[in-house]
Each structure stands twice: as C-alpha cells, then as structure tokens.
Design a binder for this molecule. Structure first.
Ligand SMILES: [Mg+2]
Length: 178
C-alpha cells in the first residue's frame, strides 16, 4: 500500500545516512547534546529541499536492540533534528530507522532484518511510501554498508568521506536533475 495517488508526479530524492553524514558519528547518539552537525549539513538539506527533491534519513539504530535507548528516544531526537533544521528553513521529509540486530540482547529486536543496512528494506519502504522516481534517488552514506543498501534497492549511492557536506550534495543534486 502506498500513501500517494498513482497520478502523483514522481520526484527525485536524497536519502541521507545519519551518523557520520548529517552529524558526527560519536557512537549510539540519542540525545540532542550528542549531536554535532557535520559542516554544511543543514544547508545541504535545505539545498535538497530547494531543488524540489525529497529529503530522507535512513539510519541503523541498533542501540535500541542493545538496550542503550528506546524507539521513543530515536523519534524524539529526529523531531529535535527537524526542529533545528527548520530554524534554517530546511526539513527532512521522513526519517526511517532500523532498531534490529541479529544477536540483540533485547529479544523484541533480535532479528536478521533486511531493514538493517546493508539490507535494502528502509530504502524500499521509502520508495513504496513516497512518490519517488528510483532512477532519481541517491543514498549518501559514510560506510560501504550504506552503498550496499543502495545497490540492493536499485538506487545510486555516494560515499561521504567527511568535510563539508554541501559540495557533495550539490553534485548529487546535479546528477538527479530530470
Ligand atoms: Mg554512518
């Protein structure tokens, strides 16, 4: 089931990994005070918005399966991040996360889920729920598992190796023009 009409025009999309792309990967961040934005990250998200592309985050959050924090913490953090983005006129259209881990200490999350990158599940869910043209969708990640997830979902993938996110995203936006 999809949330959009079949007549809805399809749009390009940029799918950001979170930790290591939008914010520094400090390991299992779940509170606002642990978020240090990557240089240019908020402007990069705004550039995606301004280009008429959808902006998504797809993030593995095995900290939930490990019992370090809860899904409510993840949702609250993502709400906070969108609040911070809104101050600069930017927004993430949807956050998706995988709380699972095959050998999780918390049984409810002990699952070998294809939603956990390198599985394609999160990207596939975004493509199903939003009017996205897969030929004009790109995942930006800082790990090979992000790129593997993109390949498995049939979308492009770009490796972010650090520094200013803006030029990387500008190049991706150029590549996604219809
Ligand atoms: Mg990452």
């Amino acid at each position: 089931m999809t949330r959009f009409q079949s007549s809805t025009p399809l749009r390009g999309a940029v799918i950001f990994d979170r930790d290591g792309v939008l914010n520094q990967d400090v390991g299992y961040a779940y509170r606002p005070d642990q978020i240090v934005w990557t240089p240019g990250a908020r402007d990069a998200v705004k550039a995606v918005n301004d280009a008429g592309l959808l902006a998504f985050v797809a993030t593995n959050q095995s900290g939930v399966a490990r019992g370090l924090y809860t899904e409510a913490d993840v949702a609250a953090l993502h709400g906070w991040m969108n609040g911070e983005l809104a101050k600069g006129g930017a927004r993430i259209d949807a956050f998706v996360y995988s709380p699972y881990l095959p050998d999780a200490p918390i049984e409810a999350y002990r699952r070998d889920s294809d939603c956990r990158k390198p599985g394609p599940g999160m990207i596939r869910a975004l493509l199903a729920d939003w009017p996205v043209d897969p030929a004009r969708a790109c995942m930006i990640g800082d790990r090979e598992t992000d790129l593997a997830a993109a390949r498995a979902a049939g979308v492009r993938g770009v490796l972010f190796t650090g520094g200013d996110l803006r030029p990387v995203v500008a190049q991706v936006i150029d590549s996604l023009r219809a």
